[in-house]
Design a binder for this molecule. Structure first.
Ligand code: UGA
Length: 446
């Protein structure tokens, strides 16, 4: 249930391994698209896989949940859990799904397992989903009904790979039988031996949040070090990150400094965990700091541009990259979009390019100019900002910038370029490298 990125990828992957999958979503367009063998989202490998399994008849989609539930043994719930103003999560889609499942199960005989893969705060599966399904189905956990919480760790852009090769499968079981059933399902699904942990549902729910919060912490940590490097001539955060990342206790991943983390998961999950802690009378100071550092990070790049150019009004700024990370067309909570919006507010003349995300970006920032190549985007610009580390941008040379721009100021917000090489040819500043402008206004304020 729920044909978002997670639901679509799980459905297609499960179907590719011989399971008969019925995808359910209330969005009739989406359902129609999938049945027509078209992926509604851009995710590497998904289009081919989806087309194959739909053609074969292993995956079909419906708008009526009931049909999907009655015709299956396991229901995976992967509906969205969007942020509320409070930072908490909105469970309306989860509640609606639970109600629909319950109603459908009234008509079904035999055992049915409900698996929550949506990211939900600790207690949701047992205290909200289970009672709703039980009430509407008239059945109880045990003989006819099972519940598991099964968090996913899929990365956008690598989701298909991550479904087939997860680092871990976490099964949060409401009773032993539920866990056994889901474990059996996964045993037949994977070709390789995948570590599996069976825990209670609340633990599984918290594992998901802790996982994303830790990743966010690593990024804000390295960005903090980057901002310190910004004050120190001849010290580069890339070198520092490489060194600390080689300590096996720290590890090399998620230590890339830049404009900060975005996307539909890390920022939202961090807010939800802070909110959850607050509800339990705990301040979670570390998590708040992680969020604060991230809020500042794109602003620093904005301030660099502003102070370097002596104001932004009327200045042409080329923004390379709009997606929250490479390999996706997703612009949700993208630091690049926030930067663009602020530049527009300051009446800069913003020109942008992204290899995949321009269509989505246009919907939320329609009033800027979009170009269909990075080189065109640079024409007559007073400043170029790299905000997403697409491989395409790594192929640009310093001359590509200097020969096209009105004033060759390059701000590397993702550390994609060799600073020594670029500094020789143009005015080059970067996150985590010292420049006169690194003594940013933000630091004076705090
Ligand atoms: C994240 C987690 O990595 C997945 O494990 C999880 O399943 C998923 O959220 C989810 O909850 O569904 P995703 O949102 O696809 O996956 O993106 P990440 O690859 O984690 O990147 C998040 C942000 O951090 C991006 O904006 C990226 O540019 C930034 N980032 C990442 C850095 O700034 N530096 C790094 O070193 C790594």
């Amino acid at each position: 249930m729920g044909l978002g990125r997670v639901g679509l990828c799980l459905s297609s992957c499960f179907a590719s391994k011989g399971h008969e999958v019925i995808g359910a979503d209330s969005d009739a367009n989406k359902v129609e698209m999938v049945n027509q063998r078209k992926s509604p989202i851009f995710e590497p490998g998904l289009q081919d896989l989806l087309a194959r399994v739909v053609r074969r008849g292993s995956l079909r989609c419906v708008t009526q949940t009931e049909k999907a539930v009655i015709g299956s043994d396991i229901t995976f719930v992967s509906v969205g859990t969007p942020s509320l103003r409070s930072g908490g999560i909105d469970l309306k889609f989860v509640r609606a799904a639970a109600k629909d499942i319950g109603r459908a199960l009234r008509e079904k005989s035999g055992y049915h397992l409900v698996v929550i893969t949506s990211t939900v705060t600790p207690g949701t599966t047992e205290s909200i989903v289970q009672p709703i399904v039980e009430e509407h189905s008239g059945k109880r956990l045990g003989e006819h009904l099972g519940f598991c919480m099964n968090p996913e760790f899929l990365r956008e852009g690598n989701a298909i790979h991550d479904v087939f090769h997860p680092h871990l499968v976490v099964i949060g079981e409401c009773d032993r039988r539920s866990g056994d059933q889901l474990e059996r399902f996964y045993q037949t699904f994977f070709d390789e031996k995948i570590p599996l942990m069976r825990v209670n549902p609340k633990t599984a729910e918290l594992i998901k949040y802790a996982n994303n919060a830790f990743l966010a912490t690593k990024i804000s940590f390295v960005n903090t070090i980057a901002n310190i490097c910004g004050k120190l001539p001849d010290v580069d955060v890339v070198t520092v990150a490489k060194a600390i990342g080689s300590d096996p206790r720290i590890g090399p991943h998620f230590l890339k400094a830049g404009v900060g983390f975005g996307g539909s998961c890390l920022p939202k999950d961090l807010r939800a965990l802070i909110n959850f802690a607050r509800k339990h009378c705990y301040g979670a100071a570390l998590l708040k700091a992680v969020s604060e550092v991230n809020e500042d990070q794109w602003r620093r790049v904005y301030e660099l541009a502003r102070s370097k150019l002596g104001g932004l009004k009327g200045k042409r700024i080329a923004v390379l990259g709009l997606a929250f990370k490479p390999g996706t067309d997703d612009v949700r909570e993208s630091p690049s979009i926030r930067l663009v919006r602020e530049l527009v507010k300051a009446r800069a003349d913003v020109v942008a390019y992204d290899p995949a995300a321009m269509c989505n970006a246009r919907r939320i920032v329609p009033r800027i100019r979009y170009e269909d190549s990075p080189r065109k985007c640079l024409e007559k610009a007073d400043c170029a900002i790299v905000a997403t580390e697409w491989e395409e941008f790594m192929g640009l040379t310093p001359e590509d910038f200097s020969s096209r721009m009105r004033y060759p100021l390059v701000i590397d917000g993702r550390r994609v370029y060799d600073s020594r090489e670029y500094s020789k040819v143009l005015d080059f500043v970067a996150v985590g490298l010292c420049s006169d402008e690194s003594n940013c206004k933000l630091d004076v304020l705090r």
